[in-house]
Design a protein around this ligand. Structure first.
Ligand SMILES: [Zn+2]
Length: 182
């Protein structure tokens, strides 16, 4: 369960198979399965071997979740004029896995960008809009496999990713054991 405590905060999310980090949530395989580019209540997120990994079982937000935009990284902040270091989702991903002593592949899988609002125009155009998630909005992802989930509260503060003029914030995360509560 991921709660958007302050509202408007985008969360990059990934899942890896606990037994094999070469299997990870894959946006393209998920598009093929759901028949759309976004994510809706009840959708399964597939891994790169087309096995279901996570299911979106609860969503109190307006339902904007992006599967198209790559994670922010230092190169993106360089493009935006940052000269020194800037926290970024790419580094957060690798640091989290290193802290957990998980030997991951050396590339960054496409993230599931929870609460990120990226409307697709009729001409196929993409644009990043401020999120509509309100304080307290939450999503619940059910693990359909034995997975490791990595989350990064996106530190983007130079684009409207996390709202206009809004400082990125943390989110609340809870792991709910449903073994005894089907
Ligand atoms: Zn980010």
């Amino acid at each position: 369960m991921i709660t958007n405590t302050s509202g408007e905060q985008v969360v990059d999310a990934w899942a890896l198979a606990a037994s094999d980090s070469r299997r990870f949530t894959s946006a393209p395989h998920t598009w093929m399965s759901t028949g759309r580019l976004g994510l809706r209540l009840g959708d399964d997120l597939l891994d790169n071997t087309r096995r279901p990994m996570l299911r979106l079982v609860e969503d109190t937000s307006p339902g904007d979740h992006d599967l198209l935009i790559p994670s922010c990284d230092l190169a993106r902040y360089r493009q935006l004029g940052v000269e020194g270091y800037h926290d970024n989702c790419r580094d957060n991903y690798f640091e989290a896995l290193a802290a957990a002593a998980i030997d991951a592949l050396p590339f960054l899988p496409q993230p599931i960008n929870l609460f990120m609002r990226v409307p697709i125009g009729r001409d196929g155009s993409l644009s990043i809009h401020p999120p509509r998630a309100a304080p307290g909005d939450r999503v619940r992802l059910r693990a359909l496999d034995d997975v490791v989930v990595v989350l990064s509260a996106c530190p983007q503060d130079l684009a409207p990713t996390n709202g206009i003029g809004r400082a990125p914030t943390g989110v609340d995360v809870a792991v709910v054991d449903t073994e005894s509560r089907p």
